[in-house]
Design a protein around this ligand. Structure first.
Ligand code: DP6
Length: 320
């Protein structure tokens, strides 16, 4: 009745921002992401009929704040009449700082929860279940380049290119390691309800998805770079024009964008993306990793650098 799963966060190149159905947590738009290899969350779920309530420990500390979302997620997987669970999670990168820690956390909980109950689920079903807890978590069930399609009834998720077919590197510049000021679920609703750009954002997403899909299948780095940066800046424009404005950037975020522009002007194959936090993710060809890393490490306001290749989807590591 105990199982452990490991899941890696993913970074969206074509972003999910906004919900079509908040009750079922259905995204208003499709998205394309890359799953990382070297950052991870490892989670054990132990089901125990004698426990009176669920408990959650994250990095050796009780985490009552996150507990209700984890409990709800386990209810989705196992039904609300399930035994209570002891959940123990460990993460090797900063939590809730815009590094997709919720994506890897929920992907790992779904896989470990299903295995602890001896319930076989395929990756498709687990992606749907993880997506109900957090839209981006659905993508962490798959490795490499992953597309999430959101249609009227539900989501579907698939890997559209493997790591081996196009290995890229990701250099993350940490500009602030504390938790973000506003969670993405809440911020998305503010954007949907108040941003004058929201409908245009949703309407243009199909075209960006197609451009990115084509770029990935042709391994066209420049084309992928252009559409990913455009899509990222559009998402942040939607946020900035919301009321109240949703601004995740700090001055170091902008310094990093300038450093990346400078690298690009020297012909380095690199582009940026930024999620619901102030960190900057630089995606580059593996042979450019050293130069990108050193440029960002030397950028004012950057406190730490994480480097990762692309990796596999969530998997079970232990069951007993
Ligand atoms: C900016 O998946 O965290 O990282 O479904 O409300 O949990 P919820 O949102 P979440 O949002 C991710 C937003 C993003 C873009 C992306 O990952 O596609």
């Amino acid at each position: 009745m105990r199982a452990t799963a490991r899941a890696q966060p993913n970074i969206a190149l074509i972003k999910y921002w906004g919900k079509r159905d908040t009750r079922r947590n259905l995204p208003a738009v499709g998205s394309i992401s890359i799953t990382l290899a070297d950052l991870f969350t490892e989670t054990s779920v132990e089901l125990d009929d004698d426990l009176l309530h669920d408990c959650l420990v994250v990095n050796d500390r009780d985490d009552p704040g996150m507990m209700p979302r984890i409990s709800k997620c386990l209810d989705e997987v196992l039904g609300s009449d399930r035994p209570r669970a002891r959940v123990d999670s460990r993460c090797n990168f900063p939590i809730a700082a815009g590094l997709a820690s919720s994506a890897s956390a929920f992907a790992a909980v779904v896989v470990a929860g299903a295995a602890a109950a001896g319930q076989p689920h395929n990756a498709d079903e687990m992606a749907r279940l993880a997506g109900r807890a957090s839209g981006s978590a659905a993508r962490s069930l798959f490795g490499g380049y992953v597309e999430l399609t959101s249609d009227d009834d539900d989501i579907s998720v698939a890997s559209i290119c493997s790591v081996e077919e196009w290995p890229l590197s990701v250099v993350v510049a940490i500009t602030e390691s504390g938790a973000k000021t506003i969670g993405s679920s809440e911020a998305m609703e503010i954007s949907r309800n108040t941003s004058p750009f929201y409908d245009r954002w949703v309407g243009a997403q199909a075209e960006d998805l197609k451009t990115a899909r084509d770029a990935i299948s042709a391994r066209d780095f420049e084309k992928l770079a252009a559409v990913a940066e455009h899509n990222c800046l559009k998402m942040h424009s939607v946020m900035w024009a919301s009321r109240p404005p949703v601004v995740y950037w700090n001055s170091a975020t902008l310094n990093c964008l300038q450093a990346i522009r400078e690298l690009q002007s020297r012909g380095v194959a690199v582009f940026f993306t930024i999620d619901a936090g102030p960190q900057v993710k630089a995606i580059c060809l593996p042979e450019e990793e050293v130069v990108v890393r050193s440029a960002l490490a030397g950028t004012s306001g950057v406190s730490n650098i994480l480097v990762s290749g692309l990796g596999a989807g969530a998997e079970l590591v232990k069951q007993r």
